[in-house]
Design a protein around this ligand. Sequence first.
Ligand code: 5GP
Ligand code: ZN
Length: 121
Amino acid sequence: TSAALDASCIFCKIIRGEIPSFKIYETKYSYSFLDIEPTTKGHILIIPKYHGAKLHNVPDEYLSDILPVTKKLVRALGLEIDSPEGTGYNVLQNNGRIAHQYVDHVHFHLIPKPNVDEGLE
Ligand code: 5GP
Ligand code: ZN
C-alpha cells in the first residue's frame, strides 16, 4: 500500500485492485482503465497513482507522466490518423462539482470521437 493513496477513495481502490477495472495501461506514476459509463467506445480514464482531488494537488512527477501516456493510448486506439471522415478525440479534466467533477481523485478523460457513421457501440 502506497502512502500516496487514500484508504476510502474509489479510484485509489481501483489502483490497488480492491475494486475491479478494465485496465488498459499502467506505469510507475499512472493507471489507465475504461470508464464504466463510456461517452463513446474506448472512453479511457488516466489517473495518477497519487490521491489528489484536483489538478493543483498532484505533484509534477505524476502529472508529467499523463500526457506521454495519453499520446501512447491515442496511437494504440488509432486516433492519430487524421482521416477525412473526421476521427478525433477529446481530453477532458474536470475540477470541482461546479465543473462536473464527481470523483475526487484527479482523472483525465480520453474520449475517442469516431465518425458518427461508425456509431457509439
Ligand atoms: P468526472 O465527471 O468526475 O470528471 O468523471 C468521473 C468518471 O468516472 C465518469 O465518467 C464515471 O463514469 C467514471 N467512474 C465513476 N466510478 C467509476 C468506477 O467505479 N469505475 C470506472 N471504471 N469508472 C468510474
Ligand atoms: Zn484516490
